[in-house]
Design a protein around this ligand. Structure first.
Ligand code: PGA
Length: 251
């Protein structure tokens, strides 16, 4: 049985007071309702340590949204995975489509970041997903498989088994347009197959694959009900306490 994960990706949002109020309300909800899912908050670096303090006594985990490919040294402005880990965070997003697009992050860079994360004891949430253009050409399965195999090629089975994967079709991110449960399930099945071909059946059965892209309280139950969907990576709706609690409870 794979435990579901509901991860909120705050992106570049929330001032400290707002972040604290939201987190405190989520802590209250998770303590009172003991959700089945593991709840993860992907916060700006600035709130990693505070987030860890705010969630003290609850089961909520804190994640960074990115990390450096370097472990230390003269890289002004960067934040290392081992620094993220040293303030109590346990997850890190790697290769979100916004990082791939705006910061030109490629497979070589993402592999280096994953290695840093794993060496630091963080669980990487590796993001993948196709653009609308690719989806229209109906080459999305090949495209996403390629994104994953390019990274898997430089990881061993133990490293791949330590990942969480998030499938996020770019055309569904922040657009209000969610992939249908059937579209998402069929891609998740294909992703699990890529993991199996790259590693073993056991690893493929155990790896958790999250869906992201306009997950909302009304779409979450059906999405999370699909056999290969192990929870969600939630952007916009994770900024609203009522919506995010409903999504947590749907998992
Ligand atoms: P969204 O974002 O839920 O606002 O579409 C998801 C994400 O980018 O992780």
């Amino acid at each position: 049985m794979r435990q579901k994960i509901v991860a909120g990706n705050w992106k570049l949002n929330l001032l400290q007071k707002e972040a604290r109020t939201l987190t405190k309300a989520l802590v209250k909800h998770t303590i009172e309702n003991a959700p089945n899912a593991e709840v993860v908050l992907c916060v700006p670096h600035l709130y990693l340590e505070k987030g860890n303090n705010w969630t003290y006594g609850s089961s909520i985990k804190i994640s960074a949204q990115d990390c450096s490919q370097h472990s230390s040294g003269a890289f002004t402005g960067e934040v290392a995975a081992r620094q993220i880990s040293s303030v109590g965070a346990t997850y890190v997003l790697i290769g979100h489509s916004e990082r791939r697009e705006y910061f030109k992050e490629d497979a070589t860079l993402l592999t280096a970041k994953i290695k840093q994360a794993l060496e630091s004891g963080l669980t990487p949430i590796l993001c993948c997903g196709e653009s609308l253009e690719v989806r229209k050409k109906e080459t999305h399965v090949e495209f996403v498989s390629g994104q994953l195999t390019q990274v898997f090629g430089n990881l061993d089975n133990t490293e791949i088994a330590s990942l969480v994967i998030a499938y996020e079709p770019i055309w569904a991110i922040g657009t209000g347009e969610t992939a249908t449960p059937e579209q998402a399930q069929s891609m998740h099945q294909a992703i699990r197959n890529v993991v199996q071909v790259s590693t073993t059946e056991k690893i493929a059965n155990e790896i958790r694959i999250l869906y992201g892209g306009s997950v909302k309280p009304n779409t979450a139950p059906e999405l999370f009900g699909q056999s290969d969907i192990d929870g969600g990576l939630v952007g916009g709706a994770s900024l609203n306490v009522d919506d995010f609690c409903k999504i947590i409870d749907a998992a």
